[in-house]
Design a protein around this ligand. Structure first.
Ligand code: G1P
Length: 288
Protein backbone atom coordinates (compact mmCIF):
# COMPACT_ATOMS: atom_id res chain seq x y z
CA UNK A 1 0.00 0.00 0.00
CA UNK A 2 1.57 3.26 -1.10
CA UNK A 3 0.98 5.84 1.65
CA UNK A 4 2.57 9.27 1.41
CA UNK A 5 0.25 11.61 3.28
CA UNK A 6 -0.31 11.97 6.96
CA UNK A 7 -3.22 14.00 8.31
CA UNK A 8 -2.44 15.72 11.63
CA UNK A 9 -5.45 17.48 13.19
CA UNK A 10 -4.22 20.49 15.18
CA UNK A 11 -7.30 22.72 15.40
CA UNK A 12 -8.34 21.70 18.93
CA UNK A 13 -8.21 24.18 21.80
CA UNK A 14 -6.02 22.21 24.20
CA UNK A 15 -8.19 23.03 27.21
CA UNK A 16 -6.52 20.23 29.22
CA UNK A 17 -3.27 22.22 29.14
CA UNK A 18 -4.63 25.69 30.01
CA UNK A 19 -3.43 28.25 30.95
CA UNK A 20 -0.18 27.22 29.18
CA UNK A 21 -2.09 26.96 25.91
CA UNK A 22 -4.00 30.24 26.16
CA UNK A 23 -1.97 31.77 23.31
CA UNK A 24 0.35 28.92 22.32
CA UNK A 25 -1.00 25.92 20.42
CA UNK A 26 -0.73 22.78 22.57
CA UNK A 27 1.20 21.19 19.69
CA UNK A 28 3.93 23.81 20.15
CA UNK A 29 4.55 23.14 23.85
CA UNK A 30 8.15 21.96 24.16
CA UNK A 31 9.08 18.46 25.18
CA UNK A 32 12.76 18.88 26.04
CA UNK A 33 14.28 20.63 23.00
CA UNK A 34 11.47 20.31 20.45
CA UNK A 35 7.77 21.16 20.21
CA UNK A 36 5.39 18.22 20.62
CA UNK A 37 4.30 18.32 16.96
CA UNK A 38 7.88 17.88 15.74
CA UNK A 39 8.10 14.47 17.43
CA UNK A 40 4.88 13.44 15.66
CA UNK A 41 6.19 14.68 12.30
CA UNK A 42 9.53 12.89 12.84
CA UNK A 43 7.67 9.63 13.58
CA UNK A 44 5.81 10.14 10.28
CA UNK A 45 9.06 10.74 8.38
CA UNK A 46 10.50 7.57 9.92
CA UNK A 47 7.60 5.70 8.29
CA UNK A 48 8.23 7.32 4.88
CA UNK A 49 5.46 9.95 5.11
CA UNK A 50 6.70 13.28 3.79
CA UNK A 51 3.45 15.11 2.95
CA UNK A 52 1.90 16.49 6.12
CA UNK A 53 -1.71 17.67 5.92
CA UNK A 54 -2.25 19.93 8.92
CA UNK A 55 -5.93 20.43 9.78
CA UNK A 56 -5.59 23.82 11.34
CA UNK A 57 -7.35 27.05 12.34
CA UNK A 58 -6.55 30.75 12.33
CA UNK A 59 -4.76 30.64 15.71
CA UNK A 60 -2.38 27.85 14.75
CA UNK A 61 -0.32 29.31 11.91
CA UNK A 62 2.88 29.14 13.97
CA UNK A 63 2.78 25.36 13.52
CA UNK A 64 3.15 25.83 9.74
CA UNK A 65 5.84 28.45 10.39
CA UNK A 66 7.83 25.97 12.50
CA UNK A 67 8.27 23.77 9.41
CA UNK A 68 9.30 26.70 7.19
CA UNK A 69 12.37 28.92 6.89
CA UNK A 70 12.85 31.87 9.23
CA UNK A 71 15.29 33.91 7.16
CA UNK A 72 15.92 36.56 9.83
CA UNK A 73 16.91 33.92 12.34
CA UNK A 74 18.97 31.98 9.79
CA UNK A 75 20.87 35.16 8.79
CA UNK A 76 21.55 35.94 12.43
CA UNK A 77 22.85 32.43 13.14
CA UNK A 78 24.97 32.54 9.98
CA UNK A 79 26.50 35.92 10.87
CA UNK A 80 27.29 34.81 14.42
CA UNK A 81 28.89 31.57 13.23
CA UNK A 82 26.40 29.30 15.07
CA UNK A 83 26.61 26.70 12.35
CA UNK A 84 25.26 23.71 14.30
CA UNK A 85 22.12 25.62 15.32
CA UNK A 86 21.76 26.97 11.79
CA UNK A 87 21.93 23.43 10.42
CA UNK A 88 19.27 22.24 12.85
CA UNK A 89 16.92 25.18 12.15
CA UNK A 90 17.24 24.58 8.39
CA UNK A 91 16.73 20.82 8.81
CA UNK A 92 13.37 21.45 10.51
CA UNK A 93 12.35 23.91 7.77
CA UNK A 94 12.98 21.32 5.08
CA UNK A 95 11.92 18.10 6.75
CA UNK A 96 8.40 17.81 5.21
CA UNK A 97 5.95 19.33 2.73
CA UNK A 98 3.19 21.09 4.62
CA UNK A 99 -0.35 21.28 3.23
CA UNK A 100 -2.57 23.36 5.52
CA UNK A 101 -6.34 22.94 5.48
CA UNK A 102 -8.56 25.16 7.62
CA UNK A 103 -11.12 23.46 9.84
CA UNK A 104 -13.54 26.36 9.99
CA UNK A 105 -15.61 24.92 12.82
CA UNK A 106 -14.27 22.54 15.47
CA UNK A 107 -16.86 19.79 15.14
CA UNK A 108 -14.76 16.83 16.30
CA UNK A 109 -11.94 14.50 15.22
CA UNK A 110 -14.12 12.87 12.53
CA UNK A 111 -14.91 16.29 11.08
CA UNK A 112 -11.21 17.22 11.13
CA UNK A 113 -10.34 14.10 9.12
CA UNK A 114 -13.18 14.84 6.68
CA UNK A 115 -11.53 18.23 6.02
CA UNK A 116 -8.66 16.29 4.35
CA UNK A 117 -10.97 14.76 1.71
CA UNK A 118 -10.05 17.12 -1.13
CA UNK A 119 -6.33 16.68 -0.44
CA UNK A 120 -6.25 12.89 0.03
CA UNK A 121 -8.81 12.20 -2.74
CA UNK A 122 -8.51 8.49 -3.61
CA UNK A 123 -5.27 7.70 -1.76
CA UNK A 124 -4.90 5.75 1.48
CA UNK A 125 -3.50 7.99 4.22
CA UNK A 126 -2.32 8.01 7.82
CA UNK A 127 -3.83 10.01 10.69
CA UNK A 128 -1.74 10.97 13.71
CA UNK A 129 -3.17 12.83 16.69
CA UNK A 130 -0.68 15.38 17.93
CA UNK A 131 -1.18 14.69 21.66
CA UNK A 132 0.07 11.14 21.47
CA UNK A 133 3.83 10.75 21.42
CA UNK A 134 5.14 7.30 20.46
CA UNK A 135 8.76 6.19 20.56
CA UNK A 136 10.74 3.13 19.67
CA UNK A 137 12.31 1.76 16.54
CA UNK A 138 9.70 0.48 14.04
CA UNK A 139 6.88 1.47 16.41
CA UNK A 140 3.86 3.71 16.07
CA UNK A 141 2.56 4.63 12.62
CA UNK A 142 5.19 2.45 10.89
CA UNK A 143 3.68 -0.65 12.53
CA UNK A 144 0.22 0.31 11.25
CA UNK A 145 1.39 0.98 7.71
CA UNK A 146 3.00 -2.45 7.62
CA UNK A 147 -0.21 -4.15 8.84
CA UNK A 148 -2.44 -2.13 6.49
CA UNK A 149 -0.25 -3.15 3.54
CA UNK A 150 -0.20 -6.83 4.53
CA UNK A 151 -3.99 -7.07 5.01
CA UNK A 152 -5.04 -4.32 2.55
CA UNK A 153 -7.30 -2.80 5.17
CA UNK A 154 -7.75 0.23 7.43
CA UNK A 155 -5.98 -0.11 10.80
CA UNK A 156 -6.21 1.58 14.19
CA UNK A 157 -3.42 1.55 16.79
CA UNK A 158 -4.38 0.35 20.27
CA UNK A 159 -2.80 -0.09 23.68
CA UNK A 160 -4.12 -1.82 26.78
CA UNK A 161 -5.21 0.68 29.44
CA UNK A 162 -6.26 0.15 33.07
CA UNK A 163 -10.01 -0.14 33.71
CA UNK A 164 -10.28 3.31 35.29
CA UNK A 165 -8.96 4.91 32.05
CA UNK A 166 -11.31 3.32 29.46
CA UNK A 167 -13.75 6.23 29.53
CA UNK A 168 -11.05 8.58 28.13
CA UNK A 169 -10.63 6.61 24.89
CA UNK A 170 -12.27 4.95 21.94
CA UNK A 171 -12.45 1.25 22.91
CA UNK A 172 -12.21 -1.64 20.47
CA UNK A 173 -13.91 -5.02 20.55
CA UNK A 174 -12.02 -7.50 18.42
CA UNK A 175 -10.81 -11.03 17.83
CA UNK A 176 -7.07 -11.62 18.06
CA UNK A 177 -6.03 -13.56 14.94
CA UNK A 178 -2.25 -13.20 15.43
CA UNK A 179 -0.29 -11.87 18.43
CA UNK A 180 -1.29 -8.22 18.89
CA UNK A 181 -3.48 -8.18 15.72
CA UNK A 182 -7.28 -7.98 15.97
CA UNK A 183 -10.20 -8.08 13.56
CA UNK A 184 -12.36 -5.27 14.88
CA UNK A 185 -16.03 -6.19 15.42
CA UNK A 186 -17.16 -2.99 17.14
CA UNK A 187 -15.89 0.26 18.68
CA UNK A 188 -17.29 2.57 21.37
CA UNK A 189 -16.18 6.15 21.95
CA UNK A 190 -15.44 6.94 25.61
CA UNK A 191 -17.64 4.23 27.19
CA UNK A 192 -18.49 4.08 30.90
CA UNK A 193 -16.33 1.46 32.67
CA UNK A 194 -19.23 -1.04 32.86
CA UNK A 195 -20.05 -0.60 29.14
CA UNK A 196 -16.52 -1.00 27.77
CA UNK A 197 -16.18 -4.14 25.62
CA UNK A 198 -12.44 -4.45 26.42
CA UNK A 199 -9.47 -2.47 27.68
CA UNK A 200 -8.03 -2.01 24.18
CA UNK A 201 -7.90 1.76 23.73
CA UNK A 202 -7.40 3.59 20.44
CA UNK A 203 -4.34 5.83 20.54
CA UNK A 204 -4.00 8.59 17.98
CA UNK A 205 -2.64 6.49 15.10
CA UNK A 206 -4.72 5.31 12.14
CA UNK A 207 -4.24 4.18 8.54
CA UNK A 208 -7.40 4.87 6.54
CA UNK A 209 -8.67 4.26 3.04
CA UNK A 210 -10.66 6.90 1.13
CA UNK A 211 -13.96 5.08 1.77
CA UNK A 212 -13.85 6.52 5.33
CA UNK A 213 -14.91 9.87 3.83
CA UNK A 214 -18.31 8.41 2.79
CA UNK A 215 -18.85 7.20 6.34
CA UNK A 216 -17.77 10.55 7.80
CA UNK A 217 -20.08 12.48 5.51
CA UNK A 218 -23.04 10.47 6.80
CA UNK A 219 -21.90 10.50 10.43
CA UNK A 220 -24.23 12.09 13.02
CA UNK A 221 -22.66 13.77 16.07
CA UNK A 222 -21.90 11.39 18.94
CA UNK A 223 -20.25 11.77 22.37
CA UNK A 224 -19.87 15.45 23.33
CA UNK A 225 -22.00 16.49 20.32
CA UNK A 226 -18.94 15.91 18.09
CA UNK A 227 -18.53 14.02 14.83
CA UNK A 228 -16.46 11.12 16.10
CA UNK A 229 -13.96 9.21 13.96
CA UNK A 230 -14.61 6.17 16.17
CA UNK A 231 -18.32 6.17 15.19
CA UNK A 232 -17.47 6.38 11.48
CA UNK A 233 -15.09 3.42 11.89
CA UNK A 234 -18.00 1.27 13.13
CA UNK A 235 -19.20 1.13 9.52
CA UNK A 236 -15.90 -0.48 8.49
CA UNK A 237 -15.89 -2.86 11.47
CA UNK A 238 -19.39 -4.15 10.69
CA UNK A 239 -18.30 -5.11 7.17
CA UNK A 240 -15.09 -6.75 8.46
CA UNK A 241 -12.80 -4.06 6.98
CA UNK A 242 -10.94 -2.84 10.06
CA UNK A 243 -7.94 -4.14 11.99
CA UNK A 244 -6.49 -3.06 15.31
CA UNK A 245 -2.78 -3.46 16.03
CA UNK A 246 -1.31 -3.33 19.50
CA UNK A 247 1.42 -0.69 19.41
CA UNK A 248 4.84 -1.39 20.86
CA UNK A 249 7.21 1.17 22.31
CA UNK A 250 6.89 4.06 24.71
CA UNK A 251 3.80 6.28 24.62
CA UNK A 252 3.14 9.61 26.32
CA UNK A 253 -0.13 11.56 26.31
CA UNK A 254 1.17 15.13 25.99
CA UNK A 255 -2.20 16.54 27.08
CA UNK A 256 -1.82 15.01 30.56
CA UNK A 257 0.55 16.89 32.87
CA UNK A 258 2.15 13.83 34.50
CA UNK A 259 2.74 12.24 31.09
CA UNK A 260 3.96 15.50 29.57
CA UNK A 261 6.47 16.10 32.35
CA UNK A 262 7.60 12.45 32.25
CA UNK A 263 8.21 12.78 28.50
CA UNK A 264 10.43 15.80 29.15
CA UNK A 265 12.49 13.86 31.68
CA UNK A 266 12.59 10.76 29.44
CA UNK A 267 14.23 12.77 26.64
CA UNK A 268 16.48 14.83 28.86
CA UNK A 269 17.80 11.60 30.45
CA UNK A 270 18.90 10.44 26.99
CA UNK A 271 21.09 13.53 26.62
CA UNK A 272 24.61 12.58 27.71
CA UNK A 273 25.48 16.14 28.70
CA UNK A 274 22.44 16.68 30.90
CA UNK A 275 21.74 13.28 32.40
CA UNK A 276 24.12 13.45 35.36
CA UNK A 277 23.12 16.95 36.52
CA UNK A 278 19.41 16.28 35.98
CA UNK A 279 19.42 13.08 38.06
CA UNK A 280 21.44 14.83 40.77
CA UNK A 281 18.97 17.71 40.90
CA UNK A 282 15.91 15.41 40.89
CA UNK A 283 17.42 13.42 43.79
CA UNK A 284 17.76 16.64 45.76
CA UNK A 285 14.09 17.43 45.12
CA UNK A 286 12.80 13.94 45.81
CA UNK A 287 15.22 12.26 48.23
CA UNK A 288 14.86 8.47 48.29
C1 G1P B 1 -9.56 10.95 20.39
C2 G1P B 1 -10.43 9.81 19.83
C3 G1P B 1 -10.40 8.60 20.77
C4 G1P B 1 -8.96 8.17 21.01
C5 G1P B 1 -8.12 9.37 21.51
C6 G1P B 1 -6.63 8.98 21.57
O1 G1P B 1 -10.15 11.42 21.57
O2 G1P B 1 -11.76 10.28 19.66
O3 G1P B 1 -11.13 7.53 20.22
O4 G1P B 1 -8.95 7.12 21.95
O5 G1P B 1 -8.23 10.50 20.62
O6 G1P B 1 -5.83 10.02 22.01
P1 G1P B 1 -9.75 12.82 22.25
O7 G1P B 1 -8.57 12.53 23.14
O8 G1P B 1 -9.45 13.78 21.15
O9 G1P B 1 -10.96 13.22 23.06
Amino acid sequence: MDIRKVVIPVAGWGTRSLPATKNIPKEMLPVFRKPVVQYVVEEAIGAGLNDVVLITNQNKTIIEDHFDHNLLLENLLERSGKTELLKEVRRVAEMVNIIAVRQKQQLGLGHAVLCAKEVCKDEPFAVMVGDDLMFGLGCGIEQLIEAAGAENMAVVGVIEVPEDKVSKYGIVQGEEFAPGMYRVRDLVEKPAVDKAPSRLAIVGRYVLLPEIFDHLERQEPGVGGEIQLTDALKGLASSNKLLAVKLRGQRFDAGDWVEYLTANIYFALQDEELRYDLVKRLRELVPC
